[in-house]
Design a protein around this ligand. Sequence first.
Ligand SMILES: [Zn+2]
Length: 102
Amino acid sequence: MKFTYCKDCDDAFKKVTFEGQRCIYCGKENTISLSLSGSNYYIGYFLLVIGAAAFVILDGDPLQLPVIAISLIVGMIISIRSRMVLKNKAIEKGRVQAESEA
Ligand SMILES: [Zn+2]
C-alpha cells in the first residue's frame, strides 16, 4: 500500500496513481512517499469479495444469507479499520522521515 505524507498538513492519504507527489489537501508538493504493508486491508477486501460472490452464486438462498451478511459486515469492518490504522501508521512514519530529512 502506497501512502503519501504531507509535511505541511501533517496528514497522510492513500497514494493515487498519476497524482504525482501533490498533496490532496493543500496541493503542495512538500510530500513523502511511504510504503506500508496492508495485509489486513486485503483480508477485509477478500471477505467482501467472497461475500458478494457467494451472494451471486447462491442466488440469495435464505439459509446462506446470514453467513453471507456476516462475511460482508466483517469484511467491511476489517477494511475500514485497517485503513484507519494504516493511515495513522503512515502519518507516524512520515513524521519520522520528515524529521530525519530536516
Ligand atoms: Zn498538504
